[in-house]
Ligand binder design. Structure first.
Ligand SMILES: NC(=O)N[C@H]1NC(=O)NC1=O
Ligand SMILES: [Zn+2]
Ligand SMILES: [Zn+2]
Length: 506
């Protein structure tokens, strides 16, 4: 009777309730683990449920039916009183949320697999509840700037992906004025393009100016794809108040002053025409500009708010390290915190949170950009010469949650910043939410579980000691990660086979 009462809520349950043969797993479910191959579960059709399922804009008890890699049905309400025909993974009060989509990660393969690589990087992603990531076109060698180099990426990725991976291509001076080369790259399947407005630190990925960008956008408009921009530019009349002999390269302040907010501001000002071009009726209507890793929460942000108000197709991301850390707390010589644009002061950090909560910053990404430890120059602690990039991929969920609790961050906001909006940016129509018909890309996690991120913690990065988060106390443990219905990570174990797929735009 109880089941039929619930049947009013979700009719599918009335059908399920009539069927016998209940198989119930209660997580943790060690005995059920050990599936061969792609999934730690030996099932293709099952239900997962908990008291906190993030779906349909709400959080509450629900059961999610997974069938053939897709979400088949969602039954909201007191699922424990239902009788379900298929195996049910009952996660109790853990959170069931759409898997995270990280639109900004550097996996560095081919060419620099010793920095990270597809296998380690996607295992770290799975362990962190990330079910899709989009790889940046630089830091691998060669950079992904042509149809041919995309092919090399795909070859290098074969059989190494534990989560699904898409690819951004590079917009560089060599292809920016060559629409047929760009079309070749877009047709080959990159989800969009990425360019730098300052030196990237990678020789075969030169910077573009605003003219290159305006031209590239015209081609992107035809394909309705996005241009991601690293927006920092060295202003022409840089009045360096830094005297060479005053520089202490171990001081974080030296590094901070060497890349002031005016660099971000100069780039955004340069982009004003390009942003205008994306408006309805503009030269590049249909294209979209996405500013990666915003650090300056002041003038750069205000300029972009204006552009959005005028109708530009524009989105903004920031990264957990800009929300978690402030320049005041970066220890001198600790180059694990070096990234560009730099982590700024505490007031700026507060303003970034405010902009995110107010909806002016649209989404989050990791900008996971590790290197080998030697390039971090940890012994010298030289901020000016060390590799700039924060290693963080596995920890973005607990970091966002742990540092966001003070600001009252909700699970729905996490799902919007980490799944729904990134899916849209990457053009993934069936990812980014728990909804019928969508890919069963799901993270199950316990927000309340605290852990110390120390050397005893299983870290799947190639070089765990370069992560800026090491030593931090975090809250939020990932229990299970599903990619298209495959249980790819559970109980600190990965599935045997890497069954993530490359995502190519059509
Ligand atoms: N090349 C590269 O990964 N650069 C990244 N690192 C960083 O800190 N900011 C970036 O853009
Ligand atoms: Zn960048
Ligand atoms: Zn980056």
């Amino acid at each position: 009777m109880a089941a039929s009462a619930k049947g009013r809520l979700v009719p599918v349950l009335a059908v399920a309730a009539a069927l016998a043969a209940v198989l119930l797993y209660r997580a943790p479910f060690s005995k059920s683990l050990g599936g061969e191959g792609c999934s730690l579960l030996p099932h293709d059709h099952f239900w997962i449920a908990s008291d906190r399922v993030v779906t349909l804009g709400r959080v509450g008890p629900a059961a999610v039916e997974v069938k053939g890699g897709l979400i088949n049905a969602i039954a909201v309400g007191d699922y424990r009183s239902f009788v379900l025909r298929r195996p049910l993974l009952d996660y109790g009060d853990a959170v069931i949320m759409p898997g995270l989509i990280d639109v900004h990660a550097h996996l560095d393969e081919p060419g620099r697999a010793e920095w990270e690589g597809f296998s380690n990087g996607t295992r770290a992603a799975a362990a962190g509840g990330i079910t899709t990531l989009v790889d940046m076109p630089l830091n691998s060698f060669p950079s992904t700037v042509s149809e041919e180099t995309l092919k090399l990426k795909l070859e290098a990725a074969r059989d190494k992906l534990y989560v699904d991976v898409g690819f951004w291509g590079g917009l560089v001076p060599e292809n920016a004025f060559n629409p047929s080369a760009l079309e070749g790259l877009l047709k080959a399947g990159v989800l969009g393009l990425k360019s730098f407005m300052c030196p990237s630190g990678i020789n075969d990925f030169p910077m573009t100016n605003s003219t290159h960008i305006e031209e590239g956008l015209v081609t992107l408009a035809k394909y309705k794809r996005s241009l991601l921009i690293h927006a920092e530019r060295i202003p022409e009349a840089e009045d360096h108040d830094l005297q060479e002999d005053e520089l202490d390269p171990r001081s974080y302040m030296t590094y901070l002053k060497s890349r002031p907010p005016s660099w971000e501001e100069a780039a955004i000002r340069d982009l004003q025409r390009a942003m205008k071009d994306t408006e309805l009726g503009g030269r590049s209507e249909g294209a979209h500009i996405h500013i990666v890793h915003l650090s300056d929460a002041k003038t750069s942000l205000e300029l972009m708010k204006d552009a959005k108000r005028s109708g530009a197709s524009l989105s903004i991301e920031t990264c957990p390290h800009y929300l978690a850390f402030s320049s005041e707390e970066v220890p001198d010589g600790d180059t694990r915190f070096k990234c560009s644009p730099p982590i700024r002061d505490d007031t700026n950090r507060e303003n970034l949170w405010k902009a995110l909560l107010d909806g002016h910053i649209d989404m989050l990404s990791s900008d996971h950009s590790p290197s080998t430890p030697d390039l971090k120059l940890m012994e010298e602690g030289d901020f000016l010469r060390a590799w700039g990039g924060i290693s963080s991929l596995q920890f973005v969920l607990p970091v966002t949650w742990s540092y966001g609790r003070k600001y009252g961050v909700t699970l729905n906001q996490l799902a919007s910043w980490w799944s729904e909006r990134p899916a849209k940016l990457a053009g993934q129509k069936n990812k980014g939410a728990i909804l019928p018909g969508y890919h069963a890309d799901i993270v199950v996690w316990k927000p309340e579980t605290e852990f110390q991120l120390d050397n005893n913690h299983a870290i799947y990065h190639k070089h765990q000691n370069i992560s800026a988060y090491l030593g931090k106390q975090l809250s939020g443990k990932v229990l299970s990660t599903f990619v298209r219905g495959n249980l790819v990570f559970a109980e600190d174990k990965h599935a045997n086979a890497a069954c993530g797929v490359p995502i190519l735009a059509k």
